[in-house]
Design a protein around this ligand. Structure first.
Ligand SMILES: Nc1ncnc2c1ncn2[C@@H]1O[C@H](COP(=O)(O)OP(=O)(O)OP(=O)(O)O)[C@@H](O)[C@H]1O
Ligand SMILES: [Mg+2]
Length: 340
């Protein structure tokens, strides 16, 4: 993921020297970071070309399209249709939280993908990133790889590496898919920022539903005017967030997020792995983890440490963020016909 120029680069001791990550990117096989599970190494989306299959852009996600009109419907969610219960089909799950329009100008200001906006480098880069993740999700649904591939945790070793930036952009990119809808979950309970990134008001959310068995998670999921995009706030943090995430209730609550919705992708914006413990617990509930590695700041030791802590997840992919170079000269958004 290239630097979208909004943030200053961290100071370098020797301004002329590339970082460890930058130096390694051309030669190092990042797949060796993969947790030792025996699963085939998954290609990392934004890494050197040998780890990104050439057909990445052309792979189709074959998950069946389920009730797209409902997923892309506007305002208030209505109760499940009685007809669907009568004709024998499983009842279609409904989210019952509030509905909000999302300010497109706010998205632009945050360097986030603007739905129906112009094609630019950011949009193109996330198209590449999401394709790998959607492919794994489809394979997972078909039982050909680890379960719950439709649950994707966006994580990183340290604070400020770009987790929220990547999670929100990824969700906006997946929402544009014809065959998928997306639920973006703020799972950074101590420092939630998904809602502010999208310009949405705060509210109760995931942690409240984990704490109180009497609450229904569906009641806290926001609908938006971006077709196919739903958002779940982190909710109120407790002194025992990690223990709640580790509890057996989490399996039940997360199960409800995709109940009867095989085309739904769930993206979790998580806390930094080396600074907060809930991330390691969450990892055992997801089928994919997207580890954001910030060029210039993430060191190899920290990255290895973070990957080890996430050993509960069988498929960890790396995403190099804030790069200012491409070993192959790849530069999206400059192709003729596209306007930056
Ligand atoms: N590729 C990028 N281009 C431009 N700005 C970026 C990029 N990646 C991240 N940023 C910016 O860097 C800052 C930190 O990113 P972000 O909040 O996503 O990090 P984080 O890992 O979620 O941090 P925390 O651990 O504190 O939640 C934000 O202002 C974000 O907009
Ligand atoms: Mg964040």
């Amino acid at each position: 993921m290239t630097d979208q120029s909004k943030i200053p680069l961290p100071p370098r001791d020797k301004a002329s020297q590339p970082s460890l990550i930058e130096r390694a990117a051309g030669t190092f096989d990042f797949r060796t970071f993969q947790a030792p599970t025996g699963l085939p190494a998954a290609p990392a989306p934004a890494l050197p070309p040998k780890t990104v299959p050439a057909q990445a852009e052309t792979v189709a996600v074959t998950a069946p399209k389920v009730a797209p009109e409902r997923a892309r419907a506007a305002p208030p969610a209505s109760p499940a249709s009685p007809a669907s219960a009568l004709d024998g089909a499983p009842p279609v799950q409904q989210f019952r939280g509030k509905y909000y329009p999302i300010d497109r100008r706010h998205l632009r200001e945050q360097c986030l993908i603007e739905p129906d906006g112009p094609v630019n480098g950011l949009l193109e880069e996330f198209r590449i990133v999401k394709r790998q993740l959607l492919l794994t999700a489809a394979e997972s649904r078909a039982g050909r790889c680890a379960p719950h591939g439709e649950r994707i945790m966006v994580c990183s070793a340290h604070p400020g590496d770009g987790k929220t930036f990547c999670a929100v952009n990824l969700a906006l990119s997946i929402a544009a898919e014809r065959d998928n809808e997306v639920l973006l979950v703020d799972a950074d309970f101590a420092k939630p920022s998904v809602l502010s990134a999208l310009g949405l008001p705060g509210g109760p959310g995931l942690m409240d539903a984990l704490v109180d068995p009497g609450l229904m998670i569906e009641d806290y999921i926001y609908g938006t005017d971006i077709p196919g995009l739903f958002v779940l706030p982190a909710g109120n943090s407790t002194g025992a967030d990690t223990e709640y995430v580790a509890s057996s209730r989490t399996t039940h609550v997360l199960g409800r997020l995709t109940q009867h919705s095989p085309n739904r992708i769930v993206i979790f914006d998580s806390p930094p792995v080396l600074a907060a413990s809930p991330a390691s617990e969450l990892a055992s509930h997801v089928g994919q983890a997207l580890m954001v590695v910030r060029a210039d700041t993430t060191g190899e030791a920290a990255l290895r440490d973070a990957v080890n802590i996430l050993s509960g997840c069988e498929d960890i992919k790396l995403l190099l963020n804030c790069t200012r170079f491409s070993p192959t000269g790849r530069r999206f958004g400059s192709y003729y016909g596209y306007k930056q």
